[in-house]
Design a protein around this ligand. Structure first.
Ligand code: SAM
Length: 125
């Protein structure tokens, strides 16, 4: 039986250009804190590239990102949002804002996983 580490591979590249093709439904693209640094238009471009690369494999996507509470008075996510605002065209997003992006792509939110630290994993299928 293979370990998790043996089944993990890291791929350099520009997600706005292309994503390596998935092999089968056991593949999962993990994007850690990437989309928060992109504006909505480029997020959709990346989601489209992921959908193209997944093809009909049923591979999924996991986004490790902050989900800003709807009431927006959470100090930690506000601090991250300010940092992202100053350094990138992106932003930290509420669940409604994430869902709005997914609705403009081929992906749907399958699962939202809480983490003990800041951030969540948004699993897309
Ligand atoms: C906040 S850092 C996260 C770094 C790391 N993934 C982590 O979780 O610690 C944002 C990362 O997004 C990457 N990034 C931004 N646009 C990208 C693109 N078009 N294709 C691939 N990576 C991109 C940057 O290179 C940067 O490493």
């Amino acid at each position: 039986m293979s370990t998790h580490a043996e089944r993990l591979s890291f791929q350099a590249g520009d997600l706005l250009q292309a994503v390596p093709p998935a092999r089968d439904r056991d593949d999962l693209y993990l994007l850690s804190a990437i989309l928060h640094s992109l504006d909505d238009e480029n997020c959709i471009r990346v989601l489209d590239n992921l959908a193209r690369a997944a093809g009909d494999s049923s591979a999924r996507v996991a986004l490790l990102e902050i989900v800003v509470p709807a009431h927006k008075d959470d100090l930690a996510s506000a601090a991250f949002d300010m940092q992202i605002f100053l350094g990138t065209p992106g932003k930290e997003r509420t669940l409604a804002q994430w869902q709005d992006l997914f609705a403009q792509s081929a992906w749907r939110l399958e699962e939202l996983i809480d983490l003990p630290a800041i951030g969540k994993i948004l699993v897309l299928a």
